[in-house]
Design a protein around this ligand. Structure first.
Ligand code: HSE
Length: 439
């Protein structure tokens, strides 16, 4: 089947992430979408030009060329700002093109109008990248929680602000210094006031509240306070009281109405969300059936946000390509694109290991054990030898020895355990636990 042609509006931080992902994961994405995806044209200002050249993407300086291009089926808007993004999106919809946008300001302020136009022209508008970067929060709330009455949600939904607060709290760094780093890392908005004063978070909260409670987008109703007035003293005193200060967006449904608010908030330090640091975002959703669910991940950055754009592209391509009843393949990949990869046996599993053994407390014992590891090529991360535990008078003194290995195949560890257990100096069965550092 012919690939679907897409057009990119903007090849800045997010646009470059999208272009890179589409090239690097082309085969995997096609297996999921059921069809190839071809970037037919991208509009650039200047910074994306080199990458566009490297990836062989045709470019234009006029974004309207992308929207008017008759070969393009899907337009991805990643320029940000109100204009010309709004005009471009409305024109794309009028021309029967599907639109994906990362533009939270536009959806929060003009979403009601944009969605009406999409319905009128029978096309899709998708906006997963607009909220919480790479976290699939729109899909989770809109689809995964559709059985629930959602009572409230609270989220750290601005990566830049959370990065600033985390660095201030953990390293005592100055506000302006951390902000400059967030800008250099591509986290911040073109106008970083949007991040710092909570406007960006208010845009995202507007969108989340609508999909949680079934209300029109009401950006005008969000109470917004930024983080610029938080001092290092506030951070310190809050910590002394057992709290962390986080810039939180809260949407709560009450009997008398809806609360929409963005402000710095003290959260008890034992709450998971209080420990979300750096550019990471998290959204905690309280619903009546499932209870509390928490969604966590990178809230900004080139490929995390690009990941959400590409997920929306795959959704649209599936809608254009497959039988509506089989639109989302049961196993995520198209049934004829599943690949029968070999399944590894336990001896081929790889991870690090914790071993606890009981050994005679006499010279040479440790050397014998280490020599077994050495001959098998197993590296040791740490060794602990503990004091003897209460022992019968007259018996040989034994001590607990704890070893942490580096990552190694399980077959080798089993071999080592067998050889070490056979030593006369090892007096009990060896305990083995697997270690996953998850980083
Ligand atoms: N400036 C935004 C943030 C980018 O820091 O969260 C992602 O929306």
């Amino acid at each position: 089947m012919k690939p679907v042609n897409i057009g990119l509006l903007g090849l800045g931080t997010v646009g470059q992430g999208v272009a890179n992902i589409l090239v690097r994961n082309a085969t995997e994405i096609e297996r999921r979408a059921g069809r190839g995806i071809h970037v037919a044209l991208a509009s650039v200002r200047s910074q994306g030009k080199n990458l566009a050249g490297t990836l062989g993407i045709e470019t234009t300086n006029d974004p309207f060329d992308v929207v008017r291009n008759p070969d393009i089926d899907i337009v991805c808007e990643m320029m940000g700002g109100e204009q010309p993004a709004m005009d471009l999106i409305m024109l794309a919809l009028e021309q029967g093109k599907h639109v994906i946008t990362a533009n939270k300001a536009l959806i929060a302020i003009h979403g009601n109008e944009i969605f009406a136009a999409a319905r009128k022209h029978g096309v899709i508008v998708a906006f997963e990248p607009a909220v919480a970067g790479g976290i699939p929060i729109i899909k989770a709330v809109r689809e995964g929680l559709s059985a629930n009455r959602i009572d409230w949600l609270a989220g750290i939904i601005n990566g830049t602000g959370n990065f600033i607060l985390s660095e201030m709290a953990s390293k005592g760094r100055e506000f302006s210094d951390v902000l400059a780093e967030a800008q250099a890392l591509g986290y911040a908005e073109a106008d970083p006031e949007f991040d710092v004063e909570g406007i960006d978070a208010a845009h995202k909260l507007t969108i989340l509240a609508s999909i949680a409670f079934g209300i029109p987008l009401r950006f005008d109703a969000v109470y917004t306070e930024g983080i610029s007035k938080i001092s290092t003293d506030d951070v310190k005193f809050a910590t002394e009281l057992g709290y962390r200060i986080k810039h939180l967006g809260v949407a709560r449904r009450r009997a008398d109405g809806i609360e929409l608010r963005v402000h710095p908030t003290l959260i008890p330090e034992e709450q998971l969300i209080a420990n979300v640091n750096g550019v990471m975002n998290a959204v905690l959703v309280q619903s009546d059936a499932v209870g509390a669910t928490l969604y966590y991940g990178p809230g900004a950055g080139s490929e995390p946000t690009g990941s959400a754009v590409v997920a929306d592209i795959v959704d649209v391509v599936r809608a254009l390509t497959t039988d509506p009843l089989q639109r989302v393949p049961h196993l995520a990949f198209q049934y004829d694109a599943l690949s029968d990869l070999p399944m590894l046996a336990p001896e081929d599993f790889e991870c690090a290991y914790y071993l606890r053994l009981q050994a005679l407390d006499k010279p040479g014992v440790m050397a014998d054990i280490m020599s077994i590891f050495g001959k098998l090529g197993i590296s040791i991360e740490a060794i602990l030898q503990k004091e003897p535990i209460d022992q019968d008078a007259g018996s040989d003194i034994t001590v607990p020895v704890i070893l942490l290995t580096r990552s190694v195949k399980e077959g080798l560890i089993q071999n080592a355990i067998g050889q070490i257990s056979a030593l006369n100096s090892v007096t009990e069965d060896i305990s083995m636990l697997r270690v996953e550092s998850l980083n």
